[in-house]
Design a protein around this ligand. Sequence first.
Ligand code: SF4
Length: 266
Amino acid sequence: MDTLRADCSRCFALCCVATAFARSADFALDKPAGRACPNLAADFRCGIHTRLRDEGFPGCTVYDCFGAGQQLSQVTFGGRDWRAEPSLRERMFPALAVMRALHELLWYLREAQGFPAARPVRAKLARAFEETEALTRLDAGELLELDVDAHRGRVNPLVLKASELARAGTRGPDHRGGDLLGKRFRKANLRGASLRGALAIGADFTGADLREADVIGADLRGANLSGADLSTSLFLTQSQVDSATGDKRTLLPPRLEIPRHWGAPA
Ligand code: SF4
């Protein structure tokens, strides 16, 4: 079992309660943090799971807790749920953001360890992974006191170094943090590019070469990845892929799946 993959069957629907929604193209209603979504059923399942996009909740289909939900539900709180014990809410809900940040870091650290070129920093990456994993075993009170931003600040330079090593032979354009909203990159050579934290909503990457491109934190909502090669993109997550459009020609890393809402080859 991959502890960094969401397993909703072992989670008490924490993302459907703890997080706030603003009515938008992603969510059909406003919901404050700490209040259960009206679509949440008594068994902690989504009542409109198979119709989320049609009902105006595409944001729910792309949310990824990286396994934080089941860690909190089953490990931190030992299988006790917020409905049976409402007193848990006060600690359980705010702890989700902390646990999610830790699990996301673990995901990146694990991936970076797999880069062949990252060998010089692999031992440090492994140590940072162990330290971060230990933090996920803190109790609820300790989690809420944890300065997760400070921990991320210590680990990020290592993740960045691994990225630089992996892109050293193919260094592409630097779009780090760039505003790429709706920009056209059709058939562009973006091999080894940095798109770290780029705002690429609605950008057109049709047929683009994104191998070894670092896309950590890039916002790819509505981006067109049809026919693009992301087979060796760095730090690409399933939720980024799910939030984009593409087709069955799009090449993804083996660990990721073609989303069901993508169409057939053009
Ligand atoms: S619509 Fe479904 S998946 Fe989305 S928050 Fe509500 S219950 Fe959860």
